[in-house]
Design a protein around this ligand. Structure first.
Ligand code: AR6
Length: 188
């Protein structure tokens, strides 16, 4: 287990390798689909670990809003997860990079952090949104994700702690490299 850290004002951004369902942050973010139907990857893991209450709330939300567009986010309770809140966001499906994928991906992180602040979360865990089933290349997604979060933390100075839970070595390395690059730019 290795970890990496960047201070952003009074807030801290951390990279950890591991399973987000074990995160003890106030909120965890789910890489969902527009129907909030559950699925594979991190979405499947969150629903399995959190139990049926989360899906029941998702169904209720979809009855109200129809579908959740890419870049947007909604909140449910955490069910049996250690986290009290799950923030479900829909990443873009990679289509080659010219279909506003980067803007939509950045928006996932910003809108999720907005919701976390609304619920007074002091700590939030993110997965690497869109880089699994949705096919967003890791080397391109990592800097978009880290820049979106650091810019937002710099403006808002909350939540205190944001952790990226990277599931595998490849994801962890891509984010560690992107964070190093960002830290170097911030220093200069
Ligand atoms: N903890 C942290 N990260 C995880 C975990 C976990 N337990 N499990 C997988 N990952 P994906 P997407 C990583 O496919 O690309 C679903 O079916 C995974 O290794 O979960 O946004 C939804 O229902 C990868 O690095 O999300 C949607 O239909 C990252 O999480 C669709 O997939 C994201 O991979 C969303 O696709």
């Amino acid at each position: 287990m290795s970890s990496t850290f960047l201070a952003v004002g009074n807030c801290g951004l951390y990279l950890e390798q591991g399973d987000i369902t074990r995160s003890e942050t106030d909120a965890v973010v789910n890489a969902a689909n527009s129907g909030l139907r559950g699925g594979g990857g991190v979405d499947g893991a969150i629903h399995r670990a959190g139990g049926p209450e989360i899906m029941a709330e998702c169904r209720q939300i979809i009855r109200q809003i129809g579908f959740l567009p890419p870049g947007q986010a909604v909140r449910t309770g955490g069910g049996r997860l250690p986290a009290q809140h799950v923030i479900h966001t829909v990443g873009p499906v990679w289509q080659g990079g010219h279909a506003s994928e980067a803007e939509q991906l950045a928006s996932c992180y910003r809108t999720s952090l907005d919701i976390a602040r609304t619920w007074q979360c002091r700590s939030v865990a993110f997965p690497s949104i869109s880089t699994g089933v949705y096919g967003y290349p890791l080397a391109q997604a990592a800097p978009v994700a880290l820049r979106a979060v650091t810019a937002d933390l710099r403006r808002q100075q909350a939540p205190d702690k944001v952790i990226f839970f990277l599931f595998d070595d490849r994801s962890y390395s891509a984010y560690a490299q992107a964070l190093e690059q960002l830290a170097a730019e911030t220093d200069t």
